[in-house]
Design a protein around this ligand. Structure first.
Ligand SMILES: O=C(O)C(=O)C[C@]1(C(=O)O)C=C[C@@H](O)C=C1
Length: 103
């Protein structure tokens, strides 16, 4: 039992590290999107894009055998942080006139 748990923990640690690297890459991309949106006077959040993500990731989660409610909570947790960051970038630049969403 101990040996198997220790072996599984090795894989869990590798998976957790991959998630951190993937999240860091994702935030690098969204940081740049935030700068471009602030420059263009585009709203931090894009509800149309998010509904497309919810639909797509729900399908992928079901296919992968992942709980769809969990998948949506995870997506929403990350995207909320992105939107908060986008609003902060816009505020730092004194860019509070929002023209429209990107979609
Ligand atoms: O695609 C965008 O417009 C983004 O700003 C990125 C992102 C995301 O993190 O995926 C974040 C906020 C938007 O509401 C939609 C998507």
């Amino acid at each position: 039992m101990r040996t198997e748990i220790l072996r599984l923990r090795g894989s869990i640690d590798n998976i957790d590290a991959s998630l951190m690297y993937l999240l860091a890459e994702r935030f690098k991309c969204t940081e740049r999107v935030g700068e471009l949106k602030a420059q263009g006077g585009v709203a931090p959040a894009d509800p149309l894009r998010e509904s497309q993500q919810i639909e797509r990731l729900g399908r992928i989660a079901a296919e992968a055998g992942l709980d769809q409610r969990f998948a949506e909570e995870f997506r929403s947790f990350i995207v909320s942080e992105v939107v908060r960051r986008h609003a902060a970038i816009a505020a730092e630049r004194g860019q509070d006139t929002v023209l429209d969403t990107f979609s």
